[in-house]
Ligand binder design. Structure first.
Ligand code: AKB
Length: 314
């Protein structure tokens, strides 16, 4: 029997590419994309799509029953920068959508959940370089607090109710096919667009702000990888550290300059600088590599070539 999948928040930066890859892997009809509204995107036109409010338990439940869903990927969330502007709504969306899905699994209505966490679970008191899987976690953003609480609840539902929930702590994600949605790491996507369009970019972070980053192809590979891993290999049920590369705005600008020599970057740090300063500069993801065989393919050089190729065609 085929696995039936529901993606909640399918029109976002990750959801867009995840939907395509899952449809290739599991068959278009078996992957139901859903989001708060029906946009005219590939996600909507390339297969089954449903409008759903991630805060509405009954709506999610009836979709799960209608399509006889086995697995849910809960991608709906407010990211770090947007969440700081609307803390109450960020907390509501990020926490209650998770509770809905955890409770549906607890009730036996779905078999498996993917829920994304983030490097935002760490804070200013966390060791900055090669941040370990287990370490001090005192997040200072609403987004980080919601992700850290979510991790605790995932582990609790797994330990107490046997819910099969799997999670990774995404670093900043860089993609060409869909724009990012309100994060602190978004500069690393914007910079490619502006380099091609204007040959210049004003960065909202300072030149030496080093953060962990990952190309979307690798993030999707990790997401599907952890979901397909045998249950006994997924030993951590809060969330796994995940890493590919770390760089500063200065370093990514120098890499882009190799392709577009006239490109210039300037710096005008705003409120997002404080968020970035509270996060790790690099991540130790050895547990993910050992437990379920995670490995990345893209470094800064390979990603930059791929991004510029795709964006120039776009
Ligand atoms: C953000 O910047 O908020 C996200 C994240 C690191 O989770 N990209």
């Amino acid at each position: 029997m085929s696995t039936k999948i529901l993606i909640i928040g399918a029109c976002g930066q990750i959801g867009t590419e995840l939907t395509q890859k899952l449809r290739q892997a599991y068959g278009t009809e078996n992957v139901i994309a859903s989001d708060i509204r029906k946009l005219n995107t590939d996600v909507v036109t390339s297969g089954p799509f449903e409008v759903v409010n991630a805060l509405d338990y009954n709506q999610i439940e009836s979709l799960i029953e209608k399509h006889q869903i086995d697995e849910v990927y809960l991608m709906a969330a407010l990211l770090s920068a947007t969440a700081e502007k609307n803390p109450a709504f960020a907390w509501d969306l990020n926490m209650n959508s998770l509770f809905h899905v955890l409770n549906l699994a607890k009730a036996g209505k779905i078999k498996k959940i993917f829920w994304p966490s983030s490097i935002a679970v760490f804070g200013p008191t966390t060791p900055k370089e090669q941040t370990p899987q287990y370490t001090i976690m005192e997040p200072s953003t609403v987004y980080g607090i919601s992700k850290q609480s979510g991790e605790r609840w995932c582990e609790y539902y797994h330990n107490i109710y046997g819910v099969d929930v799997r999670s990774i702590r995404y670093p900043g994600l860089i993609s060409w096919s869909s724009p990012p949605g309100g994060g602190t790491t978004d500069y690393a996507v914007d910079i490619y667009y502006k380099a091609l369009e204007d040959k210049k970019y004003e960065c909202f972070l300072s030149e030496e702000t080093k953060m962990p980053m990952m190309y979307m192809d690798d993030a999707i590979k990790a997401t599907i990888g952890i979901m397909q891993a045998p249950s006994e290999n997924v030993k951590i049920r809060s969330s796994y550290n995940l890493a590919a590369m770390s760089f500063t705005p200065k370093v990514i600008a120098a890499e882009i300059k190799k392709h577009i020599p006239e490109f210039e970057i300037t710096y005008a740090p705003d409120f997002r600088q404080k968020i970035a300063d509270s996060w790790p500069a690099s991540i130790d993801d050895s547990a993910a590599r050992a437990d379920w065989g995670w490995s990345h393919e893209f470094d800064l050089e390979k990603m930059t070539t791929d991004m510029l190729n795709h964006l120039s065609k776009k």
